[in-house]
Each structure stands twice: as structure tokens, then as C-alpha cells.
Design a protein around this ligand. Structure first.
Ligand code: SAM
Length: 230
């Protein structure tokens, strides 16, 4: 399959079991951004965190990654990723399915890809998974490696950019989109209250709430600790 044919890369037959995450506009935007940049993946070693139903795993395989490790938090979630990849990419022999808690997994990679939990992160700091990427993804990335993920304006894109830069990354936005709130946002009062505190987190136009989505590419700049550092 030609790696620059984005439609072919994104054509997928996906199924989900009870409890699997059904892709939202975040996942759709990330898939499109990945497919528009095959040069970031071809021949590279990739770690995907939270593969879900495989909506990014499959495009990554099709774009010719060298090796792909895709993780999930539970064995049954990981089985869904495997089932969908095996049906859509029956020839693929370079995919490893791991059950792992976020970045607590081994290996050195050229790219880390994720659609991190946010609105339903289940953490006191709702940004926990994004913050964890900014602080610790470097442990899995080779120098010059790329951390690529999607987030909402409500997760504070300015804060993310600042934290990535503080942690040695050069930041680009690969793609953005705007769309109305998901219904489940309104069902979570605490979420709605928190989001009001985020500057430029959302806009209301004609009574409709809109968020903006961003696909972030953060390139880990080479760096060595000074002599004598702990
Ligand atoms: C926002 S969903 C994204 C799923 C899929 N990649 C997509 O974009 O549709 C986040 C995924 O991360 C998984 N997940 C949640 N906590 C995790 C953890 N601690 N470690 C690994 N995966 C986790 C969830 O099961 C879910 O599939």
C-alpha cells in the first residue's frame, strides 16, 4: 500500500467489545494527522500507549513502521487491539501487544504515540496522563525522537507547550480542529467547573460550546546532564 495514500491508510474495519473506548473526534484527528505524516513513522520503532480498538495502530502498521509496541491497561482491552490489527493487517509480524500501566514498560523507541485519557482520566489531576508524557516519555524515546499526541484546548495547550519546552522538546502543532462538546462533558459537573478555569479552554457561540483539538508533535532535543549530576 503506498504510504502517502491517506485514505487507504485510514480505511479500517473495527469492532469493539463492552468497555472498549469508542473513538471520538480526538482519535479521528490524531489518525488523520498520523496518516498525513508517513515520514514520521516509516522504518521507525514506535510505542503506542492505550491502543484501544486499533484506530491508530492499524495506520501505523500500514505506514511501514519497523517495530510497533502497543499497550493497554487490561488484557481484554489489548485483545481488542490485537483482534482489529490482525483482521486489518493479516501480514503484520512486527506488532507486540503489551498490558502495561502507561509509561511503565521497557524499550527505546523513535516515536511515542497516544490519545491520552483526559476528560475521563479518573485522576485528581485530570491532566495526569499528559503531564506524565511531558515528564517521563523521554525515558522511552531516543534522542531526536518524537512524542505525538492529541489533546483538547480544555486540557490547556499553553501549559502543555510550556511543560514540553521546559523538559527539552521542540514543539509543533501538526493539525487542529474545532468541534462541539461531547454530551458526556455536560454530565460531569466537576469537569465543567474545572474547564471554566482554563483560559481559552472553550468558546460558546450561539449557545453551543466548542473545544479545539491539537495534535502535538514534540521532538526530544539531544541533551546530556552536566558532569557530577545525580
Ligand atoms: C482516550 S482512549 C484512546 C483509545 C484509542 N487510542 C483512541 O484514540 O480511540 C485512552 C485509552 O487508554 C487506555 N488506558 C487508560 N489508562 C491506561 C493506562 N494507565 N495505561 C495504558 N492504557 C491506558 C484506555 O483503555 C483507552 O483505550
Amino acid at each position: 500500500m503506498p504510504p502517502n495514500d491517506t485514505q487507504a491508510v485510514l480505511a479500517m474495519d473495527l469492532d469493539a467489545s463492552a468497555g472498549d473506548w469508542t473513538p471520538t473526534p480526538h482519535g479521528v484527528l490524531l489518525a488523520e494527522a498520523l496518516a498525513e505524516h508517513p515520514e514520521l513513522f516509516e522504518g521507525r520503532d514506535v510505542l503506542e500507549l492505550g491502543g484501544g480498538i486499533g484506530n491508530h495502530t492499524i495506520p501505523l502498521v500500514r505506514m511501514g513502521v519497523n517495530r510497533l509496541v502497543t499497550t493497554e491497561i487490561l488484557p481484554e482491552r489489548s485483545e481488542t487491539t490485537r483482534r482489529n490489527v490482525e483482521r486489518n493487517c493479516p501480514e503484520a509480524t512486527n506488532v507486540e501487544y503489551r498490558v502495561a500501566d502507561w509509561l511503565h514498560t521497557d524499550g527505546a523507541f523513535d516515536v511515542v504515540v497516544s490519545n491520552p485519557p483526559f476528560a475521563k482520566s479518573g485522576k485528581r489531576n485530570r491532566r495526569y496522563f499528559i503531564d506524565s508524557l511531558t515528564l517521563d516519555a523521554h525515558k522511552r524515546l531516543r534522542d531526536g525522537g518524537d512524542l505525538i499526541f492529541v489533546q483538547s484546548s480544555m486540557a490547556d495547550i499553553e501549559k502543555t507547550t510550556r511543560r514540553l519546552e521546559e523538559n527539552g522538546y521542540a514543539v509543533d502543532i501538526l493539525k487542529t480542529s474545532e468541534g462541539p462538546f461531547r454530551d458526556y462533558y455536560f454530565e460531569d459537573e466537576a469537569f465543567m467547573e474545572e474547564m471554566k478555569q482554563v483560559e481559552d479552554g472553550f468558546e460558546i457561540r450561539d449557545g453551543t460550546y466548542y473545544e479545539r483539538l491539537f495534535v502535538v508533535r514534540a521532538r526530544l532535543l539531544p541533551w546530556s546532564p552536566p558532569k557530577g549530576a545525580h
